[in-house]
Design a protein around this ligand. Structure first.
Ligand code: GLN
Length: 285
């Protein structure tokens, strides 16, 4: 049996992924190999043993999928976000680092001691809601999504994060499936679909061909979701409660106006780490 050293395997794979992955070719190769060897990326550099035949085959197969444009997260079935490696599936958007800014902003407004309730609209993997629940042991949360398959993934993630007894998932188009008798919330968060329909063709092929269109398509002007959310959110918020949403590039002024028109106060826009206006937040009175 011939073994292939880890460094040789990574070198070969990186060269093979250059076309599709560009600058992240090495990173992608490391993520795929670490997943196959059930270790983290750093541990790849201290492993003495090489890859046996089966591991080589699995690694080649994973690299072949990546070479066809499939995102690494769908190949490994998971994506790091905030403090956890969340399960993902083709029914869910892949959690993005930009969205961690939404978690930070929402946390600022959330009491660490009182019992609080959080609502996440279009929860997908549940990454936002579940990260908030992990940070606030005093909170319970509801995640809404139109996709039953996405909710199945979110439920698995709730168990992974260890907050399943404090999280509830409901199949719902926007607020329509939320029972009227639900108590009001202290905080509503959402990273809704916000890509203007005409821009979808110009997205990276990894995104366009693999991520769920319903999680991306924001309608003709990209703002449909914000209109739905702003026009209903106040009814579901307690006095002083907050609404925080992620936005796309260039949408800050339009979304802030929708917040103002709906009657939100203390409206702010917040930048993500690369300095792009990424979050709009406002309060009910
Ligand atoms: N809330 C999920 C996330 O941020 C899904 C967002 C979406 O599907 N647009 O990853």
């Amino acid at each position: 049996m011939t073994t292939l050293s880890i460094s040789a395997a990574l070198k070969q794979a990186t060269a093979g992924l250059k076309n599709v992955s560009g600058e992240t070719a090495r990173l992608d190769a490391e993520i795929l190999l670490a997943d196959i060897l059930c270790c983290d990326r750093i541990a790849l550099y201290s492993k003495a043993s090489g890859l046996d035949e089966e591991e080589k085959e699995l690694f080649n197969a994973a690299c072949a999928r990546r070479a066809l444009g499939e995102p690494t997260a769908y190949i490994t079935g998971k994506q790091a976000f905030w403090d956890h490696d969340f399960f993902v599936s083709p029914a869910t958007l892949i959690p993005r680092q930009d969205t961690e800014t939404l978690v930070e902003v929402a946390l600022r407004a959330l009491s660490a001691t009182q019992t609080i309730r959080i609502l996440d609209i279009g929860t997908g993997t549940g990454c936002i809601l579940l990260s908030l629940l992990a940070e606030r042991p005093n909170a319970e949360g509801v995640g809404l999504d139109i996709s039953r398959e996405a909710l199945d993934v979110a439920e698995k993630n709730a168990a992974l994060v260890g907050v399943q007894e404090r999280s509830f998932f409901i199949e719902s188009s926007w607020f329509s499936g939320l029972p009227a008798e639900q108590q009001k919330f202290d905080c509503i968060v959402s990273n809704p679909p916000y890509i203007p329909r005409n821009d979808i063709d110009g997205l990276m092929t990894d995104v366009r061909n693999f991520e769920p269109m319903s999680a991306l398509d924001g309608g003709a002007d990209g703002l449909i979701a914000y209109r739905e959310i702003c026009s209903n959110a106040l009814c579901y918020l307690k006095e002083g409660g907050s609404l925080s949403v992620e936005i796309g590039i260039g949408q800050a002024a339009d979304v802030a106006s929708l917040f103002a028109a709906a009657g939100f106060k203390s409206i702010e826009t917040i930048q993500d780490l690369p300095g792009i206006e990424r979050i709009v937040t406002g309060k009910k009175s």
